[in-house]
Design a protein around this ligand. Structure first.
Ligand code: UD1
Ligand code: CA
Length: 447
């Protein structure tokens, strides 16, 4: 059975108090919309349709940056969830299969939950995802009769008795394309909000003799984000989930609560992460590597046995091979460090390739930017870059070569050569004493 995802993302999210459309606010460095897309993608959908409205261009860009095949349809006026889904009618005209509706502001639905819904679809025309709410508040209520879902009643339209129901609607719905759009044709806006409710399709389905049921999941999965407070709570929820998963697979976290994960952070078994480490997007750390306290990593790879920090910064394109050591106050961007290379202290390596076993002395900097263009630095294997070397790119230092401390290297250094590129030292006997005596007498005269 092929599957189409329809993700509703047209709302403004007024309560966010933000110029950014609500679904583009981030949890663990990814827009809420991307989280919703990721949940759905586990079902290997053949179509992904995002219904955009407020900030449609930005929403379209975020959706397609994540999944270029995502199709965007516009809902110019937000007339309700039923109306929103109906905007996908034309885009799905040639689609034969099941449609799953997700909300772009609901980031935590687990793929397994959607799989359970798909299974239930095999014996039901419409399947809704519900949850037992600790505080049902203003959620739509699921009116069940045994295993059958009879209707969904929105809070505003519910009787006092219906409001006592604690089984609530998450918003996720699954039906075949034909059933969904047939039913939507019959949805009107004769309700207390004057909106076209997607939820009305259940009552309509039942009145036509179709079957409907509800699958349930934990309430945290259905958490929808409407305000900055909820966004912060969602971040906290997500972080604790990531930490728990990392510990579960054997990652050592010295102080789990102080580590920030990104939605796509990958850490191997027996990797160790010390206190206050931040993982931005796109980080993989192999098993046995150690990320020491107060380090900041994004878009990088750390191999087995490597150690990073404390206080290191790995930026996009940093690739550390096995047993590389990167120490404190070292920044690495778009650079490969081959096996066993070391940069222990106070260094910037950008647009560079450092050979295996090479030692980069403290204070070394690749001068990779001339104000207009970026240039590359190549350092061979087993080289020794003396402290405070400026490597003015483009430049190459050969295998087993050595640069003297304080050198400004502007020309290539051949293999095994020693490069000395600093002013020659001269010592003037006794001159220090003479100089100080002179300065002291000037000061005394001035009073
Ligand atoms: C909806 C459900 C309610 C459920 C709740 C769960 C309906 C009628 N009600 O209510 O049963 O308990 O979600 O959170 O479906 N959207 C559009 N275009 C529109 C309207 C909404 O794209 O015209 C999007 C919103 O951006 C949002 C989602 O659909 O992402 C849900 O809309 P919202 O208005 O928040 O629905 P609720 O009133 O919360
Ligand atoms: Ca809502």
């Amino acid at each position: 059975m092929s599957i189409a995802l329809v993700i509703l993302a047209a709302g403004k999210g007024t309560r966010m108090q933000s110029d950014l459309p609500k679904v583009l606010h981030k949890v663990a460095d990814a827009p809420l919309l991307v989280h919703a897309m990721k949940s759905g993608e586990a079902l290997e959908p053949s179509r992904i349709i995002v219904v955009a409205g407020h900030g449609a261009d930005l929403v379209a860009k975020a959706a397609q940056d994540w999944q270029p095949a995502a199709q965007i349809v516009l809902q110019e006026e937000q007339l309700g969830t039923g109306h929103a889904v109906d905007q996908a009618r034309d885009a799905l005209a040639d689609f034969d299969g099941d449609v799953i509706v997700l909300y772009g502001d609901t980031p935590f639905i687990r793929p397994e939950t959607l799989e359970t819904m798909i299974k239930a679809r095999a014996s039901n025309d419409v399947v809704v995802l519900g949850f037992e709410a600790a505080d049902p508040g203003r959620y739509g209520r699921l009116v069940m009769e045994g295993q059958t879902l009879d209707k969904i009643i929105e809070y505003k339209d519910a009787t006092d008795e219906e409001r006592l129901i604690t089984l609530c609607n998450s918003g996720v719905i699954c039906a075949s394309r034909d059933t969904l759009f047939d039913l939507l044709t019959a949805v009107d806006n004769a309700n207390s909000s004057g909106e076209y409710y997607l939820t009305d399709i259940i009552g309509l389905a039942r009145s036509r003799g179709l079957s409907a049921t509800a699958v349930t999941c934990a309430e945290v999965e259905t958490m929808g984000i409407n305000s900055r407070t909820e966004l912060a709570m969602a971040e906290a929820t997500f972080q604790s989930r990531m930490r728990a998963e990392a510990l579960e697979i054997g990652v050592g976290l010295t102080a789990p609560d102080t580590v920030h994960f990104s939605h796509d952070t990958v850490l191997g078994r027996d990797a160790t992460v010390e206190q206050f480490v931040v993982f931005g997007p796109g980080v993989t750390v192999e098993s046995g590597a150690r990320i020491r306290a107060f380090s900041h990593l994004e878009g990088c790879h750390v191999s087995q046995g490597a150690s990073v920090g404390p206080y290191a910064r790995l930026r996009p394109g940093a690739y550390l091979a096995e047993n590389v050591h990167v120490g404190n106050f070292v920044e690495i961007k778009n650079a490969i460090l081959d096996e066993g290379a070391k940069a222990g202290h106070l260094t910037y390596l950008g647009d560079a390739h450092i050979g295996a076993g090479t030692n980069i002395g403290a204070g070394t900097i690749t001068c990779n930017y001339d104000g207009v263009m970026k240039h590359r630095t190549e350092v061979g294997r087993d080289a020794f870059i003396g402290s405070n070397t400026m490597l003015v790119a483009p430049v190459r230092v050969g295998n087993s070569a050595l640069t003297a401390s304080g050198s400004v290297i502007t020309m290539d250094v051949p293999d095994t050569a020693l490069a000395l590129a600093r002013a020659k030292q001269v010592n003037k006997p006794g001159l220090a004493t003479k100089l100080f005596d002179k300065l002291k007498s000037i000061k005394a005269k001035k009073g």
